[in-house]
Ligand binder design. Structure first.
Ligand code: ZN
Length: 266
């Protein structure tokens, strides 16, 4: 320390907590910038539509309401979920349930692939009943395991990141093979502009800041000449420290040469 953490997100949907909120954050710089063609394509827009939208942004630098309402379906080319240990997943659910909210119809619609048998109304009703106890508003439904194909369970809960936005957490657990992953979806479509957040990490308090990295965000640490490819790590709601730990884990997984021979004793 100190080092700089940069989170750069074409969807505008990432966030670093300001421990002093609502007072301005002197160690954290946020910039918004216009999305270009490549950014739209990266978010999953087909080429012609990406061209139109980038052009649209350039010509009319203002609210993109019509576009925004249709966006949710485009973001999805990148890996959205992130593999987790039991402890990581429990920490995430604790964080989420601390700010649990009643799902809005919009949030339920945003959840996208949740086409399990219940209607939107039934889901909301269940949550209204449990309003006094946020943990009870967690919904559970069966889904096939990524790893072994047997049936595991997704727990879904609605939450909000303070001073940011509503999120939907999908935490998957397979009782057969123990595989876990979590996926976080943001409510409210993409931001009006892309967003880059630059934080100077200079204390333990900075390491403990909450970070939300959406699936389209990449992050970098210039002091370490480190650049994480966008989309290579899914959506994460953690702390600066948690993000670094995930980064180290990912580097070890993807770079077997860095582990030495003794690490591969299968
Ligand atoms: Zn499994």
């Amino acid at each position: 320390m100190p080092f700089t953490l940069i989170v750069d997100d074409p969807s505008g949907n990432s966030f670093i907590e300001n421990p002093a909120a609502p007072t301005a954050d002197q160690y954290c710089k946020k910039t918004h910038y216009l999305r270009d063609l490549a950014a739209y394509q990266f978010m999953g827009y087909p080429v012609d539509q990406a061209t139109l939208q980038a052009e649209h942004d350039r010509l009319k630098e203002k609210q993109l309401e019509e576009i925004n309402s249709k966006d949710a379906k485009f973001i999805g080319r990148q890996k959205a979920w992130v593999k987790q240990t039991k402890e990581e997943q429990e920490a995430l659910l604790d964080k989420a349930t601390a700010h649990a909210t009643k799902p809005t119809t919009e949030a339920v619609a945003q959840a996208g692939y949740v086409d399990f048998s219940k209607s939107v109304e039934d889901q909301s009703q269940r949550n209204e009943l449990a309003e006094d106890d946020p943990r009870k508003s967690v919904m559970k439904f069966p889904t096939p395991c990524y790893q072994c194909d047997k049936t595991g369970n997704v727990q879904m809960c609605f939450s909000s990141i303070p001073f940011f936005k509503e999120i939907i957490i999908m935490a998957f657990v397979c009782d057969f093979c123990g595989y876990r992953n979590s996926e976080i979806k943001e409510g409210g479509g993409i931001g009006d502009k892309a967003k880059r957040v630059t934080l100077t990490v200079d204390s333990d308090q900075d390491l403990n800041r909450d970070v939300f990295k959406s699936q389209t965000a990449k992050f970098s640490i210039p002091e370490l000449e480190f650049d994480m490819e966008p989309g290579s790590l899914g959506s994460l709601y953690t702390t600066v420290e948690g993000l670094l730990a995930k980064l180290i884990e990912e580097l070890e997984l993807n770079n077997p040469f860095g582990q030495g021979d003794s690490a591969q004793d299968q």
